[in-house]
Design a protein around this ligand. Structure first.
Ligand code: BTX
Length: 242
């Protein structure tokens, strides 16, 4: 099939030519008691972003979801989204694409609002420990037919070896998930959002100020005229330059 390639990954890998959503498939596997599985599809017919937005997933992209059961309380799980963003960014740079991270969950190329990749983390669990986490990662390869503000790896480099890309990505994610503080430090190093004027909408609220820092497990600290305001990733609807 188009997507099947032999990976030597730190996860059990399940390939599909086409799926509605790799996150939905990973959630099924979670319900069956599985863990440490990476679900990879060549195409998604019902890919999802945050807040139930649609995620365009044409054939030939990198659409994957990692299912794991980390020893973390649900409130700390956002650090895995940061870890995934770092893994995508470092791997893209290794393949010659100058990517950077926009808080909370987007990987962009260059300074512009051109989205190379998005991450959707879902979880279930009790107050003190997650039962499972699914980290869904969508990376555009061919930008044709994607939204205008999207880009793909092939817009920046001639040739992308998806097998090598996914292999590097999964290895980095595996290392970073075991090292939340390291993931946070690496996030800061690759951030496009810090020290910029931003406008964050969160429900009915709009916060305008300068993005100063990201604190564990992924909270953005914005310096406003009224002092610092902290925004949790899950509460952010949009972040735009201000
Ligand atoms: P998000 O809610 O931050 O971004 C979704 C928004 O991005 C959409 O409303 C649309 O404007 C825009 N968009 C849609 N498709 C694309 C695209 N291919 N490239 C760039 N922009 C786009 C981001 O959500 C999280 C996306 C996670 C996707 C992965 S793919 C594997 C896994 N399975 C699944 O169903 N979702 C995840």
């Amino acid at each position: 099939s188009a997507i099947e390639f032999d990976l030597d990954a730190p996860f059990t890998v399940e390939y599909h030519d086409s799926l509605p959503s790799t996150n939905a498939r990973a959630r099924e596997l979670a319900a069956e008691g599985e863990t440490d599985v990476a679900v990879i599809a060549n195409e998604q017919t019902g890919g999802r972003g945050r807040l139930d937005r649609a995620w365009r997933s044409p054939p030939g992209g990198i659409w994957l979801s990692v299912l794991c059961r980390p020893d973390l309380p649900p409130a700390h799980a956002p650090v895995l989204t940061l870890a995934a963003a770092v893994a995508v960014t470092k791997t893209a740079r290794e393949h010659g694409v100058e990517a950077g991270i926009k808080w909370p969950n987007d990987v962009l190329v260059g300074d512009e609002e051109t989205k190379l990749a998005g991450i959707l983390t879902e979880m279930e669990g009790e107050a003190d420990r997650v039962s499972w986490v699914v980290v869904g990662i969508g990376i555009n390869v061919d930008p044709t037919g994607l939204p205008e503000d999207a880009t793909g790896l092939c817009a920046h480099v001639d040739d992308i070896d998806r097998r090598a890309f996914v292999q590097g990505l999964l290895e980095r994610f595996d290392a970073l998930r075991a090292d939340p503080e390291g993931a946070l430090a690496a996030w800061r190093e690759h951030a496009l959002t810090l020290d910029r004027r931003v406008r964050v909408t969160s429900g009915d609220e709009t916060i305008v100020g300068t993005a100063r820092d990201v604190e564990f497990p992924g909270t953005l600290v914005i310096a406003t005229d009224d002092g610092p305001v902290r925004v949790h990733a899950g509460d952010c609807d949009h972040l735009r330059p201000a």
